[in-house]
Ligand binder design. Sequence first.
Ligand code: ATP
Length: 351
Amino acid sequence: MSGLILENVEKHYGSACAVKDVNLHLPEGKLVCFLGPSGCGKTTLLRMIAGLETLSGGEIRLDGEDIGHTPAHQRNFGMVFQSLALFPHMTVGENIAYPLKLRGVGKAEQQARVVELLQLIQLQEMIDRPVSKLSGGQRQRVAIARAIANHPKILLLDEPLSALDAKLRESMQVEIRQLQQRLNITTIMVTHDQREAMTMADIVVVLGEHRVQQVGTPIEIYRHPANEFVADFIGSGNIFPATALGNGRVSLPGGDALQVPICSSIVVGEKVRMLIRPEDLQLSQPQATAGNRLLGKVTFVRDIGATIETTVECSGVSFTALSTPCQGFGLSIGNPVSVTLPAEACRVLGA
Ligand code: ATP
């Protein structure tokens, strides 16, 4: 099978487990994000793929070939670290040419490739500038150009944008994604920022507690989280307890019943955890409870310009709803309000 395959990959440091039982198939030409909280094993997994860390167990195969024990320099993978690791005393051109020089590429060919890469990252004018005199975003682009100079089979990025301010980070996310698509290069990026993963990835691998929790497209993961860990980690959500009543109905702590998608693995009387995203809640003028429309009271309002966040206490649950100014109708703390939870937007996360 083509692409990168990880089978039962594990990493232990003494008795501590950093990565447990990872099975993944990463197809060619895609951008895959390893997403998860600090310490869950993202970097260790990336470093094992790079060959910078040995495997405690399992196999890594690239296009059918076992590369799990191939030295890093023979894998021909490009890497960009959080620190970028550019040589500050060298010029932009010298930094990009460095890996070519190490491979013994001739001077003329080095020069031609540097010019080609500088065009790609749109820094043609800066070939002779020391990297110490570049902006954060320009350094970022040089680091990527250097990582792809040798036409790597895979590009590995370990939190490459974490040192940049929020605005630059967002524009670099788009820039790197466009470059990756233009080059059609298989790319694996580590991030703990779910927005970054959603913006850039074809496939998101959510890691938690040293294991893979879910693999899917950003929308699959957002809309159909496999468990509470993923639901909570990806975006904001209202996660609340309920009791299964059967026939796709659940009761809330305050006693109101809701229609939700039928979940065959749940039995009547079982305590379950539910999810509804803030943007799926519909607020309206107070009316009697009916169907999935409940009556509640506003406990908090936060107007941040483009969106209004309203917290409503109803049926023993504190829900946060997200609306746009044109959907809002001037709610304040203490106001009664109706809240509709569309059945198709409710997800049963499990018992
Ligand atoms: P972060 O987002 O904070 O960088 P991460 O998800 O990348 O975290 P890793 O750096 O892969 O996490 O670490 C996973 C676990 O392995 C952590 O508990 C960490 O303390 C441990 N670990 C990593 N490297 C070593 C090492 N060389 N020796 C011992 N334990 C290590």
